[in-house]
Design a protein around this ligand. Structure first.
Ligand code: AHR
Length: 328
């Protein structure tokens, strides 16, 4: 009997009962887009599949709800906090409390700013390189118009993401770098659509009334581009032809719109972060450290491929060749 008990104890230690008891909390911003749904599902599933207890909070697009959730996680004594910050600023107090509670903070998707003067308040960050995503979108527009022999101005409507969020700030900055270097690229209308289809459609309706000639729609996510397509059709124009449309995210619905000829390109941002979260938690449990900031490799997909999208001469990929591998 004693032998059996010793054996059970040894086996239990081998499978790591301590890690099966981990409480992992995840503060998500809301469910504004297809991308966000895929991100939420992927991260939640990875945590549950790892055998850990998941404590999930959906902040419904409100920073104050995220602050409450983080405080709640501290009170519950969770082992890890996975956090996506809706906007970049305004987190100093609550993140100082997380640090004080010595709960390792894993940042995904959006990197908040603090005034702590160092980066020891978080373990590591995994998410898109937003300035580069915007830069590649700008380069795609410039080089696509060159490829069709377009001369003269390119009038661009921008539907920006949630104001003050990391992807809005980064993608705007990256795209504007290309605009600054190419005076024929003109932003003629610039409004937030808050990363949602409904607002993308409403803002595009207003842009179509306000601007007589629109050559390009640059939407800082695909959902806004897809909403805008409806507004363009309702205005009697042909999306993808009368107005060239580039989005961001590379979700399946954007691939479908590109293949259908109603959208032209999308700059990828991957929502698949669950595997990285699990890798980091397992590593931290084993005493490993991680690079502070890691970005996934991301592409630009379009109708035919072959458009130069960066300074190294990398080119866009043809969406039709990749649509079947896209699961979200
Ligand atoms: O932070 C990533 C962005 O947020 C995605 O581009 C967008 O679709 C989402 O809502």
């Amino acid at each position: 009997m004693k032998k059996i008990l010793v054996l059970i104890l040894a086996l239990t230690m081998m499978v790591g009962v301590a890690s099966a008891e981990l409480k992992v909390a995840f503060s998500q911003i809301g469910q504004e887009s297809d991308w966000r749904t895929a991100n939420t599902d992927d991260v939640k599933k990875a945590i549950v599949d790892a055998g850990w207890e998941l404590i999930y909070d959906d902040a419904q697009q409100k920073q104050e709800n995220q602050v409450k959730a983080l405080r709640n996680f501290i009170t519950q004594g969770v082992d890890y906090i996975v956090f996506t910050a809706i906007v970049t600023t305004g987190w100093d107090d609550v993140l100082a409390e997380v640090k004080e509670a010595e709960i390792p903070l894993i940042l995904i998707d959006r990197l908040p700013e603090t005034s702590f003067g160092n980066d020891d308040w978080y373990t590591c960050y995994f998410g898109g390189d937003f300035p580069f995503e915007g830069y590649k979108a700008g380069m795609w527009v410039k080089n696509y118009f060159e490829s069709i022999g377009h001369k003269g101005d390119i009038n661009i409507v921008r539907l920006s993401g949630t104001t003050g969020s990391d992807p809005q700030i980064g993608r705007t900055k990256g795209f504007d770098e290309v605009v600054a270097a190419n005076p024929n690229m003109k932003i003629v209308y610039d409004q937030t659509g808050n990363f949602t289809r409904a607002e993308g459609q409403a803002v595009m309706e207003a842009a179509l009334k306000a601007v007589p000639k629109i050559d390009v729609l640059w939407a800082e996510n695909d959902d806004m581009a897809l909403g805008a397509i409806e507004a363009i059709k309702a205005a009697g124009k042909v999306p993808g032809k009368d107005i060239i449309i580039i989005g961001c995210d590379a979700v399946k619905a954007a691939f479908e719109a590109i293949v259908a000829g109603e959208m032209n390109a999308t700059s990828e941002c991957t929502p698949l972060m669950g595997a990285r979260v699990v890798e980091v938690i397992k590593g931290l449990e084993a005493g490993q450290t991680f690079d502070k900031v890691v970005h996934p490799v991301e592409y630009v997909y379009d109708m035919n491929g072959g458009i130069v999208i960066d300074d190294d001469g990398n080119v866009s990929l043809k969406a039709a060749d990749h649509i079947n591998e896209r699961l979200y």
